[in-house]
Design a protein around this ligand. Structure first.
Ligand code: ATP
Ligand code: MG
Length: 355
């Protein structure tokens, strides 16, 4: 591909408020890409619950092939009350994660201006949670023993591979080096005595090899308490699949509203497309009312720009919605009165105005 050809984005607005916050994010992307001379080309894919009701699957049989021809996948939300969560997960999100080796799940946790969190403190929180996204505790190895007998048991194997742990640790170490240089690793090696020490060993080796002074390995129980008591003391947190799943939800709860939290499923090398989606779901309870907070989707778009190499444009997009919040404009979930469209228009105006 030549330097001048557009980067191709597969857009799945999906269900519920996905249909409302996606146009909001695309409007912001249009404004910022225009300012920076960035060319993005969108393929809109009508996958999700309606597609499922009609065809019995979340995406077409050649869906992964279609996605593979893109540089990034930009997702709103998929899911509906009448469709089991397992269908959305195993019919769309997990196949995508696996096919494109998206081994990093990245979630920024940062307090925003004028958005009070549940903690009784004004100290800003600004951390990045790096969750291993392909192996660990979520393996399919295991099963039931002695079914129906008094000694019935269930076994589930955790699998950490040297490759799997070292690549996520390298990503986290590099991220820490680009920030404060502080890396914290979640562990539970006092209780889980085979797999977690292996995780600790490889994370420590990788951090040392990357030029980072060291890594602070913290037992996840104590780390969970630190999230609540001293979240400002954390910068980059790396964690296994299960521990990272729990910590990243705890993290987003610290920042006020699920409507603002962004996330990315990354194939950091860019061999395959990465997937960008807000943390929230389709929110059927508020869908169709025009009141959804579009920040999660707009911030997610900024993460996508950053991953595609447009760091300055990404930062401008984030600064723009922060200035709108600073001016006291926000949606109902943050205590304001702005509609999705009003908030989005304000962000677009800020982007056009520039710094
Ligand atoms: P899904 O099954 O797709 O995950 P859900 O209803 O289980 O949907 P969320 O969509 O994450 O989960 O919604 C959880 C709660 O947060 C809901 O009450 C919803 O209205 C609210 N919420 C989620 N996203 C937003 C948003 N962008 N703006 C305002 N409120 C939101
Ligand atoms: Mg849900």
């Amino acid at each position: 591909m030549s330097e001048n050809s557009p980067q191709r984005i597969a857009v799945v607005a999906g269900d519920g408020i996905g249909q409302e916050v996606m146009p909001a994010a695309l409007a912001c992307l249009d404004a910022v890409t225009e300012r920076h001379g960035i060319r993005l080309e969108y393929t809109h894919l009508d996958w999700g619950s309606d597609f499922y009701r009609e065809h019995g699957s979340m995406m077409p049989a050649d869906g992964l092939d279609e996605l593979s021809r893109h540089d990034a996948i930009f997702l709103g939300a998929v899911g509906a009350p009448d469709i089991p969560d397992t269908e959305t997960l195993w019919g769309l999100l997990i196949p995508i994660r696996r096919a494109f080796d998206q081994y990093v799940n990245l979630r920024p946790v940062r307090t925003l201006p004028g958005v009070p969190g549940p903690l009784a403190t004004d100290r800003p929180i600004d951390m990045m949670i790096v969750r291993e996204n392909t192996e660990g505790e979520y393996s399919e190895i295991g099963g039931r023993l002695y079914r129906g007998r008094p000694q019935e048991a269930a076994v589930q194997e955790t699998v950490f591979t040297r490759l799997g742990v070292s690549r996520v640790a390298r990503y986290a170490a590099d991220l820490a080096l680009s920030r404060s240089g502080r890396l914290t690793s979640a562990t539970k090696s006092n209780g889980i005595i085979h797999t977690m020490p292996f995780w600790d060993e490889i994370v420590a080796e990788t951090a040392a090899a990357s030029g980072l002074g060291g890594v602070d390995s913290v037992l996840v129980d104590a780390l969970a308490a630190r999230f609540v008591l001293q979240p400002w003391s954390l910068d980059v947190v790396v964690a296994s699949n299960l521990l990272g799943d729990i910590l990243s939800d705890l993290g987003s709860a610290l920042t006020g509203s699920i409507g603002v939290a962004p996330s990315a499923n990354l194939n950091p090398e860019g061999i395959h497309p990465s997937l960008f989606e807000p943390v929230h779901g389709s929110a059927p309870d508020i869908a169709g009312k025009g009141i959804a907070n579009p920040i999660g989707q707009i911030w997610t778009a900024a993460m996508m720009l950053d991953h595609l190499g447009h760091r300055a444009a990404a930062a401008e997009q984030i600064a723009a919605f922060e200035r709108v919040l600073d001016a006291g404009i926000c949606t109902g979930d943050l205590g304001g009165t702005a509609s999705t469209a009003e908030f989005t228009d304000a962000v677009v105006r800020e982007i056009r105005r520039g710094e």
